[in-house]
Design a protein around this ligand. Sequence first.
Ligand SMILES: C[S@@+](CC[C@H](N)C(=O)[O-])C[C@H]1O[C@@H](n2cnc3c(N)ncnc32)[C@H](O)[C@@H]1O
Length: 211
Amino acid sequence: MPFEDFVRAQLPPAPARVLEVGAGAGELTTALAVAGYDPLGIDPAAPPGDRLRRLVLEDLGADEGPFDAVVASHALHTIRDLDGGLEKVAALLRPGGVLVVEEPAWDRMDEPTLDWLHGQRRALAAAGRGEPPAGLEQLGAEWEADHLGLHGGDTLRTALARRFDERAFTWVAALHRTLGGVASEVLEQALVDAEAIQPLAFRFAGSLRQE
Ligand SMILES: C[S@@+](CC[C@H](N)C(=O)[O-])C[C@H]1O[C@@H](n2cnc3c(N)ncnc32)[C@H](O)[C@@H]1O
């Protein structure tokens, strides 16, 4: 299921106000606007756009709220002060508002999953897409280096559970995001479902807990 469909299944009906944190190029924010929602996407690297603002979460005034929902795709794990970021999200949500995220659990990488990634990278390179990877060991070292300082899956889940009552949770494939190509995603998810490789991301939806 595309993340947009997971989000749509968790959101209150349109035209709810939705904040997307770390909106990137704004695809999800734009799709939500097209679907009749009232979204605002923030990202320090946002392109120009009616619904987008070039801003970090930390600098968004609490008076910009309340939002009915906050969504984030592979963004919260990059926020250095995760608890502070989630506190800001909570302050921006209306009581009972919903947070919907997909975040990496990059620290679940294991040997079979790294081996699969290595094979996929080699196959794509043979098809003229990208450079072939170095050895398995080096790929593992690169994986660790690429994620240095980023929050892992357990840290994120613990922080989310402190403020939000879980409504939905599912493990999903994530390597296809960097490998590219629909075929890789289908294959990766099938291997995840068969427990042959690790899911390296999760989807979570939770309601703001009333304090
Ligand atoms: C891995 S990208 C994901 C982009 C997009 N959501 C996606 O799924 O393709 C993470 C994004 O989070 C943004 N970001 C990082 N720290 C942020 C912060 N403190 N507030 C808002 N956005 C942030 C980055 O600029 C980047 O565009």
